[in-house]
Design a protein around this ligand. Structure first.
Ligand code: ZN
Length: 135
């Protein structure tokens, strides 16, 4: 699939504001962007750790998938996102190998990335995101 690195790790939180002190004061990371992704009903906060990011995900609505995740499994790691240089090719490869795809076509995620999710049923229960930086 030509995975180049871990683009980010998504962590489901009830409140970004409540978690900020841990990331900023304890870990010493700097939150450089807070962004709401309306169609995902989620507010995101980003921290850089080398070339990888931590993405905090706070639900903005009770019917958000993040709200449901927290309800079922509690706060914590939600997904791993791998960077690839060719997301269409990566998706085609996964499809060909019988991986269940949540997104058959890439869509726009936070920070303007092209993203697509693989179903946890096919990935050892780890929700997996593929990301491609637009040219
Ligand atoms: Zn993500």
């Amino acid at each position: 699939m030509d995975i180049t690195h871990i683009e980010h790790i998504g962590i489901a939180v009830k409140s970004i504001e409540e978690q900020l002190p841990y990331y900023e004061e304890i870990l010493g990371l700097k939150c450089y962007n807070i962004e709401t992704v309306e169609d995902q009903k989620v507010k995101t906060a980003f921290f850089k750790v080398g070339q990888t990011k931590i993405e905090l995900l706070e639900p903005t609505s009770e019917d958000s998938t993040i709200a449901k995740f927290i309800e079922n499994r509690g706060e914590g790691v939600h997904h791993i996102a791998y960077a690839t240089n060719d997301i269409k090719k990566a998706l085609a490869k996964a499809d060909e190998k019988g991986v269940q795809l949540i997104d058959k076509e890439p869509r726009k995620g936070a920070e303007g990335l092209n993203i697509a999710f693989l179903h946890p049923k096919s990935t050892g229960r780890v929700l997996t995101e593929l990301c491609e930086h637009p040219e």
